[in-house]
Design a protein around this ligand. Structure first.
Ligand SMILES: [Zn+2]
Length: 219
């Protein structure tokens, strides 16, 4: 557990009115990774026994441009919807997390290998000599502490993310699934997440294209 705190010169907050209503937008510059991130806060999540939280890794192609090859954009929207439904919660949007931390250019390079050689999201990274996941969740932990958030109910399908946040000192009281419907476009990606990265994606069981236990490529 790191003890870096976010300095007051590195944080600013204002109301942000969105299509989903009003949030508190907390922009901060992380003292360790130097990136500027944002936490969107609804209601008084710190006042609850556990706060509904999404820690979202940026994905420009999915979040901004609505790409359908991954489910990032849908998860972002679904997490915000869930926070609005509950009336309180936090979405931490982490920069520097493109392609699980390899960066935007490298991520698009993996797309070439996926499209032209049929490699999955894991093998396309390792084929380029890149790590499969180098995301640092420290900034999320620091801003949650800054916001006075205690235990969290974490919206994720990724058990490793629970462990990673706990390693940063955040108590995860529960994992809340955030399941996006499978489609012909995203089924290869979701299947690789399930079979190669251990994500819990039960919605794939009903999808004909999701070859159970038949992940492509080497281990
Ligand atoms: Zn994505």
């Amino acid at each position: 557990m790191r003890d870096h705190a976010i300095g007051y010169e590195d944080i600013a907050e204002a109301e942000l009115v969105t299509r989903r209503g009003t949030f508190r937008a907390v922009a901060f510059r992380d003292p360790v990774d130097g990136n500027e991130h944002m936490a969107l806060v609804r209601g008084e999540p710190g006042a609850r026994d556990s706060a509904l939280v999404r820690v979202h890794s940026e994905c420009m192609t999915g979040d901004i441009f609505g790409a359908t090859r991954c489910e990032c954009g849908d998860q972002l929207g679904a997490a915000l919807d869930a926070i609005v439904r509950e009336g309180a919660g936090v979405l931490v949007y982490l920069r520097g997390h493109e392609g699980r931390g390899i960066g935007l250019v490298a991520k698009v390079r993996t797309h070439i290998l996926q499209d032209e050689q049929g490699l999955d999201t894991v093998d396309s990274a390792t084929a380029l000599g890149l790590p499969v996941d180098v995301r640092d969740y420290g900034p999320a932990a620091r801003v949650l502490r800054h916001l006075g958030i205690g235990p969290v109910r974490l919206m994720t399908n990724n058990p490793d993310k629970v462990g990673a946040l706990e390693a940063c000192g955040i108590e995860v009281a529960a994992r809340v699934p955030l399941l996006v419907k499978a489609s012909d476009d995203n089924v290869a990606y979701l299947t690789a997440k399930r079979d190669r990265l251990g994500h819990d994606l039960p919605q794939l069981d009903a999808f004909p294209g999701a070859r159970l236990g038949e992940a492509s490529g080497s281990a």
